[in-house]
Ligand binder design. Structure first.
Ligand SMILES: [Mg+2]
Length: 354
């Protein structure tokens, strides 16, 4: 029996162009997938409201994963309620969606972000420090889109050190944000509070020495975040402070639901940045989309069998889809396209490029 193919895709610089946010080049492939009834799951660091707009624009009627796996939005009646029960999930009904929360509330992330910011000699600017207008400058989004982007719930995107972006934002003057977060009111309750107090104590104990470079700063920030049980990952434009959630965990959860629905499922994942790794690691067929300058996120030797697109953004997206959909065996077995075959294809493409 054929397995059902399910596609998980990053949005920025993968399905949408990094600069123009256009998905024109991916349109024919999207149309074909729709005809074949193959679900395309947007898996992004964007907010729920932002992703909903994009999902509608792309005419997708499938679940989507937002804020780096902070939450999964499932259209109501997409899966029967018994599936949630079977998996012990308790989605919240809101605006036509069943929402499964996996991340920590934004208020807690902001509170930790401010503590880390005070501690580090490096300059940090988070979305919570910015007005929509400034977010629009940084992202190239329209102002109304930037308003949606600023409605974070489970992920704080931020910039580090004296990047050009920070200078641009500072030129517009950053309004100081009042500390209003109150950990006591969090729904995660006592566990979060205890974790927060522990982190607060640990962060006070540590003395920061000047860092040599950005990599070292990021490593230290990651260490500080860990004291609170939080994580820092790198996206296409920003670093992200989140709870223990990631794109991979959210993908696994949706795959469980799809397996209940279809029995056997084969998964394909496409992404371009470090925050896509957790997703690329858990899918059957990972695709690494080239960056706008033609480079790729660094691969370890173990990851060499990942399909690497020749073209960046939506053109690369379409290229990968054409490659996999032209292999009908992909739906029959997980070994429909072997790892060795993909390695050879990658090498072949690079040779042709030279
Ligand atoms: Mg991306």
């Amino acid at each position: 029996m054929s397995a059902k193919l399910v596609i998980f895709t990053d949005v920025d610089a993968t399905l949408l162009d990094h600069k123009t946010y256009s998905f024109q080049a991916a349109k024919p492939a999207l149309k074909r997938l729709k005809k074949l009834g193959i679900p395309v799951i947007l898996t992004t660091s964007k907010t729920g409201t932002e992703t909903e707009v994009i999902s509608k624009k792309l005419r997708l009627n499938h679940p989507f994963i937002v804020e780096n796996g902070g939450a999964v939005f499932i259209p109501e009646e997409y899966f029967p309620p018994s599936y949630f029960k079977t998996l012990g999930l308790h989605p919240i009904k809101k605006n036509g969606y069943q929402i499964i929360q996996l991340g920590l509330p934004y208020k807690m992330l902001r509170k930790v972000f401010k503590l880390i910011k005070e501690k580090t000699p490096a300059r940090l600017v988070g979305f919570g420090d910015l007005e929509a207008e400034q977010i629009a400058i940084l992202t190239g989004l329209e102002k109304r889109e930037a308003v949606l982007a600023s409605r974070r719930e489970f992920d704080e995107p931020f910039l580090v050190e004296d990047s050009l972006a920070i200078q641009m934002v500072e030129a517009k003057k950053i309004k100081p944000v009042k500390a209003t977060a109150r950990i006591a009111s969090l729904d995660q309750g006592q566990k979060s509070q205890a974790l927060f107090r522990r982190g607060e104590r640990l962060i006070k104990e540590e003395k920061w020495k000047p860092a040599k470079n950005l990599r070292e700063i990021i490593k230290r920030l990651q260490k500080e975040a860990k004291k609170f049980g939080l994580k820092i990952t790198e996206g296409g434009r920003f670093y992200h402070l989140t709870g223990d959630n990631d794109k991979g965990k959210a993908v696994c959860l949706l795959l469980k639901l799809y397996r209940l629905r279809f029995g056997s499922v084969v998964s394909l994942g496409l992404g371009d940045s470090a925050n896509d790794w957790p997703m690329l690691k858990v899918v059957d067929y990972p695709v690494l989309v080239a960056r706008p300058d033609g480079s790729y996120l660094e691969l370890t030797r173990r990851q060499k069998n990942i399909y690497q697109t020749r073209e960046p953004g939506p053109r690369g997206w379409a290229e990968a889809l054409e490659y996999f959909l032209s292999r009908p065996k992909i739906l029959d077995t997980r070994a429909g396209v072997s790892a060795e075959k993909i390695s050879q294809e990658n090498a072949g493409r690079k040779r042709r490029k030279k």
